[in-house]
Design a binder for this molecule. Sequence first.
Ligand SMILES: C[S@@+](CC[C@H](N)C(=O)[O-])C[C@H]1O[C@@H](n2cnc3c(N)ncnc32)[C@H](O)[C@@H]1O
Length: 266
Amino acid sequence: MTVATSTGVEQRSTLHNDLRIALPPADLLLTQDDEWCVVRLNGDWREIRLHDYDELFSVPGLYERLIYDILKCDSPARIRKLFEAELTAGGTQAAALRALDLGAGNGMVGEELVDMGVKFIVGADIIEAAAEATQRDRPGIYANYRVVDMTRLNQNDRRELEGYGFNCLTCVAALGFGDIPTEAFANAYNLIEPDGWIAFNIKSSFLDQDDTSGFARLIQSIMADKTLEVRKTQRYQHRVGTSRQPIQYTAIVGNKRRDIGDGMLP
Ligand SMILES: C[S@@+](CC[C@H](N)C(=O)[O-])C[C@H]1O[C@@H](n2cnc3c(N)ncnc32)[C@H](O)[C@@H]1O
């Protein structure tokens, strides 16, 4: 099947338009971490929580159909557009990037990076199901795909990741909730060379004063002391929720100037 993407027309055989998916009633007003849908699989309806990535990724095309087509997620394309503009303004060629894509899922962000002209990308995710789905859905996007817990890198993993000489970190739709915690973000950030490029997004409320995820404190402090020199921030609609209400995220693109020290973590 051929589908139009933001960047042209490409072959994507995993898009299954015949999947039967039903959303909960909008007036249930589920929080983002409680959202679910039901999917018809082999004649039975199965309830799947949207944050149960093991289950989501195990059904070919479900993630794309649900999150991108139905709930109108815009984040990989949005971050790519902002990132591309800042790279151009900064005089950096995409081909010169050596990128670590943290929380890579089944490769949607990797695909955008390849389309931008990035030649070397390593994906990292905490679940095996994401690596398997990437191999199934987008083989060849990543030079390597590591299933690791970034909060607890063993010596071999650390040595290997340091050896790649990353000068770019991307992390899209993966921070906070039960997903990537502040320590994992900081560890990945510290794998990037000084002056490297950082492009990520985060739910806007995680940057508010009353945030309890720890990200507000971390991101505000690395921006304030120029550990991260921000070039662009943009608040935008990440997707709609199962309540059909908009979910706002903030995209941030900048350059790393130095490592995140332990003292900066909440
Ligand atoms: C919403 S998906 C986003 C996938 C992809 N970046 C995208 O935009 O389509 C979040 C991903 O973060 C991964 N994740 C959650 N916690 C993680 C952790 N501690 N370390 C690495 N990846 C993690 C999940 O397994 C999942 O694949």
